[in-house]
Design a protein around this ligand. Structure first.
Ligand SMILES: *Cc1c(COP(=O)(O)O)cnc(C)c1O
Length: 457
């Protein structure tokens, strides 16, 4: 990799002035980073023209890759016609209206309303206010507590980070005192010796019941969860897990919020992760892939159960963002939905890409440093271990997974590391040759990691 003069200039400006999200400032100052400057199809290129296969769809958002001209054109046309107007105070704009209707078309039955935000974090903040307002209008003002899960990711604002269960985020900001957490359904990490996945799934699901009892049902408002935890490490729940949680939510007077920010728009094989797992949520958070990542947009899909109370209750919902329903972002959303529907992207990915992707990853099951390969749809994780039996890790502080990720990146594959797992979420438009390239590079990175950490076949 040659570094050009222009790249060196940008890198030094970057270090001098730009604080990056989720970045260790100390190590970034020492090592610097890569500057990306163009993309085509499912490949991204850095400022020195090195290509990488994007095995992460950006940050789980560019599900249709980088060359969707119809989305770009729709944004440009909208900027020419009406670059901005808000949706406050009895105003609306055409793309926001059309997108709200189009989203309820592809949502599960019983979802007929949308509230727009600019991000998933803001959408989850909105969820809290919607849930509190709902119970206030029902005359149950004591119902304010929200139950979530450890290692969940619901975003980065103070409220969204409180909902999330990321230890590092809780350590750096005082969270909301009305959010409580139960364990995640991470069988590989949390199961007892000899405990099969379904038994484990039931055990962790029932923690919700115990938590409701502990806090008092009259005080608990909602349970929030990603159908599959994404940023937490692509934690695929055991089959027993969601039916049991659904039973508990049905029996207790609490709302279910599905955070579909990653699972939505086809990642798990259907439009919504909730559909893949038979969940019946009252609220669904969306963001990321709704615009294919080209414009910032998020929001909440609101079921009739909640909408009926909000609409008949009257009074002002005291919440909104200057860019809620931004016309250009909504135009991107409309163009994205059009492609997803007209080109049958989700069905095609579920039938052709997902099975091939999951089958090819199975070749790593016997790799000496792989403890588990898990996945669903176009979503997967590979756990690294020193010892398959005891699940002892290769190195402290996930150093082996970091090495593996860095090696894969150098080989031209963008994958991520979370804890001791390599995680992947390739664009839904990948063909089999992209999967072959991904598995070949990942295999080489795993071999190099085994050698680096002294593991032999
Ligand atoms: C990314 C993410 C969010 C936060 O979305 P932002 O647009 O980054 O605020 C929320 N929930 C889940 C499940 C996510 O993956």
């Amino acid at each position: 990799m040659n570094t050009s003069v222009e790249t060196t200039r940008l890198q030094s400006l970057d270090r001098a002035h730009h604080l990056h999200p989720f970045t260790d400032f100390h190590s970034y100052a020492a090592e610097g980073g890569r500057i990306f400057n163009r993309a085509e199809g499912v490949f991204i290129y850095d400022s020195d023209n090195n290509a990488m296969l994007d095995g992460m769809s950006g940050l789980w958002c560019c599900n249709l890759g980088y060359s969707q001209d119809a989305i770009k054109d729709a944004v440009y046309a909208q900027l020419q016609q009406l670059p901005y107007y808000n949706n406050f105070f009895k105003c609306a704009n055409e793309p926001a209206v059309e997108l709200a209707a189009a989203l309820t078309d592809v949502a599960p039955e019983g979802f007929n309303h949308v509230f727009f935000t600019n991000s998933g974090s803001e959408a989850n903040d909105t969820n809290i206010k919607l849930v509190h307002r709902y119970y206030d209008l029902l005359g149950k003002p004591d119902k304010k507590l929200i139950i979530s899960r450890k290692n969940a990711y619901h975003g980065s604002t103070v409220a969204a980070a409180s909902l999330g269960g990321m230890k590092a985020m809780h350590e750096q900001a005082l969270g909301l005192d009305y959010v409580h957490h139960i364990n995640q359904p991470h069988w590989f990490e949390g199961s007892e010796p000899g405990e099969d996945p379904d038994t484990f799934g039931l055990r962790v699901a029932r923690e919700l019941e115990a938590k409701i009892d502990e806090l008092g049902e009259h005080r608990v408002a909602a349970f929030i969860a990603e159908p599959v935890q994404g940023a937490g490490g692509v934690i695929i729940p055991p089959d027993s897990y969601w039916p049991e949680l659904q039973r508990i939510c049905d029996e207790r007077d609490i709302l279910l919020i599905a955070d579909e920010v990653i699972c939505g728009f086809g990642r798990t094989g259907q439009w919504w992760g909730s559909q893949s797992y038979g969940m019946k949520p009252h609220l669904m958070t969306f963001a990321k892939a709704v615009t294919n990542g080209y414009m910032p947009l998020g929001g909440v899909l609101i079921s009739d159960t909640i909408a009926d109370v909000l609409l008949s209750g009257g009074g002002e919902f005291a919440h909104g963002l200057t860019y809620s329903g931004h016309p250009a972002a909504c135009a991107a959303g409309l163009a994205t939905l059009k492609i997803l529907r007209e080109e049958n992207i989700i069905e095609n990915a579920a039938q052709n890409l997902a099975p091939y992707f999951q089958e090819q990853l199975q070749r790593f099951v016997d790799h000496p440093i792989v403890g588990q390969v898990r996945g669903r749809g176009c979503f997967a994780a590979v756990e690294l271990v020193r010892d398959k039996g005891s699940r002892e890790r290769l190195a402290p502080e996930s150093a082996a997974a970091v090495f593996c990720r860095d090696t894969a990146n150098k080989l031209g594959l963008m994958v991520r590391q979370t804890g001791d797992a390599m995680i992947m979420a390739p664009p839904l438009i990948c063909d089999h040759s992209h999967v072959d390239m991904l598995t070949e590079k990942l295999g080489a990175a795993l071999d190099a990691t085994a050698a680096e950490f002294g593991i032999k076949d």
